[in-house]
Design a protein around this ligand. Structure first.
Ligand SMILES: [Zn+2]
Length: 443
């Protein structure tokens, strides 16, 4: 029902459900080649992250190899008009939706997903057979292409460097929302470009169109939108103003996932006991059934501020199991990388403009937030491939486990609450969840 409403409201008729043949994808890319010449003007620096053009080329090469992977463009970024790609694989009963790099300066999952796609395409093994036969994968390897290519003159020497930004590139337009949303930034890192944080722009109502729903939606002077939904008051809702979030929402509802995963990076969090940097932080999204265990539970506060009222017990349980499983898989893979043992978890707090909290309830998807350390704009961000590997192991192990046992009943959910809460630089803000210093937060 919700899915149909959204599809109708965004004009899904032009949204083909069949895979685009590789030849059409090539033609589509060629049409936008006038965009791509601009890459030549950018100093790419020594960083290993792929440009949008390079990512598109790699995906097309994989899609051409055989029919195990279907590739299509599901939208374009607001500023650069670069493609947002969707990869589909498998024909199983359990649907899994994964988005990566919704914050453009959080690139590690991209290379990890490419390496998984390569295995799915090239490898004949029990693992690959099991994934392709039991799962239907919908994976969006880079949903914020603007942010991925963001560049600026960091050193002031007149030369731009590729820095990445959390935001897309899009000017606020008063004809679309009554107030400038709090997640709009009018001066991105070392540049005069403006944009929105897409992971604050989601809205739980499939039919929501900003400016057409004045009542009961309310904006305050800080650009925060409060909305009533199914008997709950949701604060700091997204206004769904970005084309990226519209494309992700369509893809999600069409995939109708049982599991959903969003891959991020954060500043360097620490293990609260040792003080050492942690390789990842996970976060399950859960509802009233597990609200008692929510670290920021406040009996005087509304449920919607510390748990997700719209996630049922079965979905909550599967989400907790999934997040536990990934942490344990990394533990077991530690080998020479002892920091893989240092998984931590976010204390769950709802964020009503995020992928996880707004989309998961619509299809009973068990959600997972996957936070690797270090954003690309940070000076001194190190060990790129260690983080790529942490993403690759976590995603692949969880796909393998869901393929074998869709309920993940072999994972003990109590283990989740033994994972240490992450320490470090973040402070918890009751209205906005975790916020980083200077607003460059996480999730
Ligand atoms: Zn992020």
């Amino acid at each position: 029902m919700d899915r149909r409403t959204f599809m109708k409201s965004v004009g899904a008729a032009s949204f083909a459900t069949v895979a685009v043949p590789a030849a059409s994808v090539r033609a589509e890319a060629a049409v936008s080649s006038d965009v791509h010449h601009r890459y030549d003007e950018i100093e790419l620096g020594a960083g290993p992250t792929l440009t949008n053009e390079q990512l598109g080329e790699r995906l097309m090469l994989l899609a051409e190899k055989n029919d195990r992977i279907n590739l299509r463009q599901i939208g374009a970024s607001a500023g650069r008009k670069d493609p947002i790609w969707e990869v589909k694989a498998g024909s199983g009963d359990t649907s899994v939706h994964i988005i990566n790099q919704i914050h453009g300066d959080e690139p590690y999952g991209t290379e990890a997903l490419l390496s998984i796609f390569r295995r799915l395409v090239d490898e004949d093994s029990e693992l690959v057979d099991s994934i392709l036969n039991n799962l239907s994968l919908t994976i969006l390897p880079r949903v914020n292409p603007d942010g991925a290519m963001h560049h600026g003159d960091l050193s002031g020497d007149g030369n731009d460097q590729r820095l990445g930004s959390r935001e897309n590139q899009q000017e606020w337009d008063s004809s679309y929302s009554h107030e400038t949303p709090y997640y709009y930034n009018d001066s991105l890192h070392a540049s005069d470009v403006s944009g929105y944080d897409p992971n604050r722009d989601f809205n739980i109502r499939p039919d929501f169109i900003s400016k057409f729903h004045d009542d009961p939606e309310q904006w305050n002077d800080d650009g925060e939108l409060t909305m009533e939904y199914k008997g709950h008051t949701l604060e700091t809702c997204g206004a769904r103003l970005t084309p990226e979030v519209n494309a992700i929402t369509r893809s999600f509802l069409e995939a109708d996932p049982d599991y959903a995963k969003t891959i991020h990076s954060q500043n360097i969090p620490t293990d609260p006991d040792s003080g050492d940097p942690t390789i990842l932080s996970v976060m399950a999204s859960y509802g009233p059934s597990h609200a008692e265990k929510a670290p920021f539970r406040d009996e005087d506060a509304p449920l919607a501020s510390y748990a997700n009222p719209f996630i049922d017990e079965d979905t909550s349980t599967r989400s907790i199991r999934l997040n536990t499983l990934v942490t344990q898989a990394l533990d077991e893979t530690a080998g020479p990388w002892s920091t893989y043992e240092t998984g931590t978890r976010f204390g769950y707090a709802s964020l009503w403009g995020s992928y996880l909290d707004t989309l998961c309830p619509l299809t009973n998807a068990a959600g997972m937030l996957y936070e690797l350390p270090g954003q690309s704009g940070q000076v001194g961000t190190r060990a790129y491939y260690k983080k790529v590997e942490a993403a690759r192991v976590g995603v692949l192990e969880s796909l393998a486990a869901i393929a074998e046992n869709p309920s993940l009943s072999h994972v003990d959910e109590d283990d989740y609450f033994d994972i240490p809460l992450k320490g470090g630089q973040y402070e918890y803000d009751a209205s906005r969840g975790y916020q980083g210093r200077g607003g460059a937060g996480t999730r």
